[in-house]
Ligand binder design. Structure first.
Ligand code: FDA
Length: 304
C-alpha cells in the first residue's frame, strides 16, 4: 500500500530524489553513458540493445532530432565495436503525429543499421499503437528482412492471433520473424488485456511455444524466474538452436538471475536506456512495479 502511494505521488517528488534510484535503471543522460554501460556489459559477455529515452514528443522536429541521435549512436557503436543493437519507440518518431513520416524516419535508422550489418527492434507501446506498430514492422520487414524486429506483449488478448497472422504473412525459413516477447508494461483495460498474474504467465508461455516451434527468432524478455525456467524447458523440447533465441532483461533488474542465465550458456541481451528523459521512463516503471520503491529507500542508505 505504502509503495503504491509513493509510486502514485512520484511526479510531485523532486527530480534529484528520483535520480537516487533511477541511476540503477538508466545508464545516464548522455550517449557516452550509454556507450560506457554497453561496453561494461559486453565485457561480461552480455549483448545490449540501447534505447534513447525521448518518447514524449509533440512535434515532428523532435522526431527528426531523435532520428539523428539514433544515427549518431549507430556510428558510435560501429566505431567502438560495441556488440549491440537498437530499440526504438515509434511514438518518439512521431507515430501519433504523422504515421508516414514516422515510417520514413525509422526506415532511415534501419538503413543505417543495415549498412553496418546491424538491427533495429520496434518496441511495443500502449494499445492505441499496437496495430500501427505491427503494420510498421510488416512494411519494414519486407524491405529489410534481416534488420528489423518487433515486440509482442503476452498480456494482450489479441497477441496469439497476431503471432499466427504474422507467421502466415511475413515468415520464411530464410528470413524468419524476429520477436521480443514480454508481459507488457502499460495499464490496459480488462476488455483487451489479461489482468491476472497467472493468466499472463500462462499466455506468455503459449505465445513463446508458438514462436519457438515455428522457427521464429525469439527474444525472451522477462525477469520472472518461473518463466525463465519454463522457457528453458521449451527450448529443450523444441530443440531450438542457440542462434535462434536469446534472453533479455532491463538494465539494473535481477542481475543475479541474469548472471545465472549467462553462466548456463545462453545468450543474454540487456536493454540499456539512456537520455535526458529518464524521469518519464522511471516514473512509468515505478507505477507498474511499486516494489521498486524499496530500491529508492535502500538507495538512500546504500552507497553505490
Ligand atoms: P514480473 O513483473 O513478474 O517481474 C519478475 C521479477 O522482476 C519481480 O521480482 C519484479 O520485482 C522484478 N522486476 C520486474 N521489472 C522490474 C523493474 N522494472 N524494476 C525492478 N524490478 C523489476 N514492455 C512493453 O510493454 N513494451 C516493450 O517494448 C517492452 N520491452 C521490454 C524489453 C525488455 C528487454 C524487457 C526485459 C522488458 C520489456 N518490457 C516491455 C517490460 C515488460 O513488459 C514487463 O513489464 C517487465 O519485464 C516486467 O515483467 P517480468 O516478465 O519481468 O515479470
Amino acid at each position: 500500500m505504502l509503495n503504491k502511494f509513493i509510486a502514485d505521488t512520484i511526479p510531485y517528488f523532486p527530480k534529484k530524489f528520483i535520480w537516487l534510484f533511477s541511476k540503477r535503471y538508466v545508464a545516464g543522460e548522455n550517449m557516452d553513458d550509454g556507450i560506457k554501460t554497453s561496453r561494461e556489459l559486453n565485457h561480461r559477455g552480455i549483448m545490449v540493445t540501447v534505447d534513447l529515452l525521448g518518447e514524449f514528443i509533440h512535434t515532428i522536429q523532435e522526431a527528426e532530432t531523435n532520428k539523428n541521435e539514433y544515427l549518431k549512436i549507430i556510428d558510435r557503436f560501429t566505431s567502438e565495436n560495441i556488440t549491440g543493437n537498437f530499440s526504438v519507440k515509434p511514438t518518439s518518431f512521431g507515430l501519433l503525429i504523422d504515421k508516414e513520416k514516422c515510417y520514413s524516419l525509422i526506415r532511415e535508422v534501419i538503413v543505417k543499421a543495415a549498412s553496418n550489418g546491424n538491427f533495429v527492434r520496434i518496441d511495443m507501446e500502449d494499445a492505441p499503437c499496437t496495430s500501427h506498430e505491427i503494420e510498421l514492422y510488416k512494411r519494414l520487414k519486407e524491405e529489410y528482412p534481416k534488420n528489423v524486429g518487433l515486440v509482442l506483449q503476452a498480456y494482450l488478448r489479441r497477441t496469439q492471433s497476431d503471432i499466427e497472422n504474422l507467421i502466415c504473412t511475413s515468415h520464411s525459413k530464410e528470413f524468419p520473424l524476429n520477436f521480443r516477447l514480454c508481459k507488457g508494461i502499460y495499464i490496459e483495460s480488462e476488455g483487451i488485456a489479461y489482468k491476472d498474474f497467472h493468466e499472463i504467465r500462462h499466455h506468455y508461455l503459449m505465445d513463446l511455444d508458438l514462436m519457438l516451434r515455428n522457427g521464429v527468432y525469439t527474444a525472451i524478455a522477462t525477469h520472472d524466474p518461473y518463466l525463465v525456467n519454463e522457457a528453458m524447458e521449451l527450448i529443450k523440447k523444441h530443440h531450438v538452436p542457440k542462434e535462434m533465441y536469446e534472453f533479455q532483461m532491463l538494465f539494473g533488474v535481477a542481475p543475479a538471475l541474469r548472471d545465472k542465465i549467462v553462466a548456463d550458456g545462453h545468450n543474454m541481451r540487456i536493454y540499456v536506456p539512456f537520455g535526458k528523459d529518464w524521469f518519464g521512463y522511471c516514473s512509468r516503471r515505478l507505477k507498474e512495479n511499486p516494489r521498486m520503491v524499496n530500491d529508492i529507500i535502500s538507495s538512500m542508505f546504500v552507497r553505490s
